[in-house]
Ligand binder design. Structure first.
Ligand code: 5AD
Ligand code: SF4
Length: 472
């Protein structure tokens, strides 16, 4: 069989990153190799996001650019996958006739079969039915052949039943369905066998994993993952504050591999807005959970998501949000201007906030958080952290590293990025440092990262194990 090239453009969240890697694995079996540029691709997949209008515009502009390419190369196949595919279905083909397959969020496992079908026919295919069962694409045979990254994702559940009033996810990802624990564990074991050190468990609301199906609970699943030999770190996203149980909070203290970080989206600090958003918790309940987390796990990294300019958000509501940020002192936050989504009820709410006000509130929020992050990062100077090395730093990859040596990058358990010089004279094999956990002392603090020094004394054990250090 001739080798073919596939280019996958992934837009959106980690769930899409995981789905794209599943598609790449499936396609490997059809002799497709992943390439970094679409100009010479035989197959282009765009894996799409519908969470905000900006993400959808990004999809449309990419598809627009493919029109000429398809005219020049009639053998080129174009697949649109993910949330916009699910949301728009056949409408996408009307607007972009160059598309061959519209692959909904529950149809990923059908990709190889659908590609065979369009080989012999020129009519486009749309697959957007929701299934009751979760698709399992990761058979051991697929996973084991690939050299895994140091850190990767695994989806443990799909869909969402929460219906926050601003959110399109329940409409494009369907009802909450959890994967069986055995199949998750098996997949992670395969990844660890291929070199993985850190896993991030993914779901829209991982805290309610297994509840509906009467499976293992999420804290129980965490304990099972914690027992996997060779795995060093466990992370999970996203947690919903309303479902963050005491048992789960205790897991941070009990399970040694669970990282000291939680992403706990609060969205707003105003009870009035939280009710309108249908979040099902109050500002006070959220703050109480933060206190409990800090009691169990002092120094825990806490990050969050915010939406500013939700319909009806007054200046007072917004000030409550700023006040909550002051109180919690998050390590970092993601924040977005509210964006109408057609299916979501908030799009029909009155008192929409105009875009200048939204922009202004977003700026004020970022200014406050920037100060907090800076202060927090500066307080870390002089402290030593255990860092899992992921590879070369972004500075190094972009060739803007100031040092003449090789700058490596990794994360602390709290999920802070730490860059450091990976090539002091006593390290002889930088390549094999990747995937190692080392101790780094922080010497400089920036707004989004820290810079540190690799500590020689702390990593001497490695030289005897693997022989990749040479101590002068
Ligand atoms: N407008 C703006 N931001 C949104 N988010 C979800 N829906 C919308 C919307 N309609 C944000 C929330 C969520 C994150 C993934 O995206 O903050 O936590
Ligand atoms: Fe959207 Fe709310 Fe579900 Fe998160 S919990 S995916 S914000 S509906």
């Amino acid at each position: 069989m001739n080798k073919k090239n596939v280019f996958i453009n992934t837009i959106g969240c980690q769930m899409n990153v995981y789905d794209s890697s599943q598609m790449a694995k499936l396609l490997k079996h059809k002799n497709y190799e992943s390439v970094d540029s679409y100009t010479n691709a035989d197959l282009i997949i765009v894996n799409t996001c519908a969470i905000r209008e900006k993400a959808v515009q990004k999809v449309y502009s990419f598809l627009g650019r493919l029109s000429d390419l398809k005219k020049k190369n009639t053998r080129l196949k174009i697949v649109v996958a993910g949330c916009v595919a699910q949301q728009q279905g056949a409408k996408l083909i009307k607007r972009f006739p160059q598309i061959d397959i519209v692959l909904g969020t529950h149809a990923i496992n059908q990709l190889p079969d659908l590609l065979s079908r369009i080989e012999d026919s020129s009519s486009p295919i749309v697959r957007i039915a929701f299934s009751e069962k979760i698709h399992e694409t990761a058979s051991p045979a697929i996973s084991v052949t690939q050299k895994e990254k140091v850190s990767d994702f695994v989806t443990i559940m799909q869909g969402c039943d929460n219906y926050c009033t601003y959110c399109v996810v329940p409409y494009v990802r369907g009802r909450e369905i959890s994967r069986k624990p055995e199949s998750i564990i098996k997949e992670i074991q395969m990844m660890v066998y291929s070199g993985l050190k850190e896993i991030t468990l993914l779901g829209q609301n991982v805290n309610s994993y297994g509840v509906k199906e009467g499976l293992t609970s999420f804290p129980e699943l965490l304990a099972m993952v914690n027992d996997i030999d060779g795995l060093e770190r466990i992370r999970f996203v996203t947690s919903h504050p309303k479902d963050l149980s005491d048992q789960l909070i205790e897991s941070f203290g009990k399970l040694n591999k669970v990282c000291n970080h939680i992403h706990l989206p609060v969205q707003s600090g105003s009870n009035h807005i939280l009710t309108k958003m249908n979040r099902k918790y109050t500002r006070e309940a959220y703050l109480e959970k933060i206190e409990k987390l800090r009691a169990v796990s002092p120094g825990i990294g806490i990050t969050s998501d915010f939406i500013v300019g939700f319909p009806g958000e007054t200046e007072q509501d917004f000030n409550d949000t700023l006040g909550l940020i002051e109180t919690v002192q998050f390590d970092s936050v993601f924040a977005f201007e509210y964006s109408d989504r057609l299916e979501a009820p908030a799009s029909r709410f009155s008192d929409k906030i105009n875009s200048a006000v939204k922009r202004n509130r977003l700026q004020r929020l970022f200014t406050l958080q920037k100060e907090i992050t800076k202060k927090k990062n500066q307080s870390l100077i002089g402290q030593t952290f255990s860092v899992l090395i992921e590879g070369e730093s972004k500075n190094q990859l972009k060739n803007i590293s100031t040092s003449e040596t090789v700058e490596l990058s990794g994360r602390t358990s709290e999920n802070r990025i730490v860059n450091f010089d990976g090539s002091p004279e006593w390290v002889i094999d930088i390549e094999s440092l990747k995937g190692e956990t080392v101790n780094v002392e922080i010497v400089k603090a920036f707004s989004n990262s820290l810079f540190g020094v690799l500590l020689k004394s702390q990593i001497e054990h490695l030289k005897s194990e693997e022989g990749h250090f040479h101590v002068a």
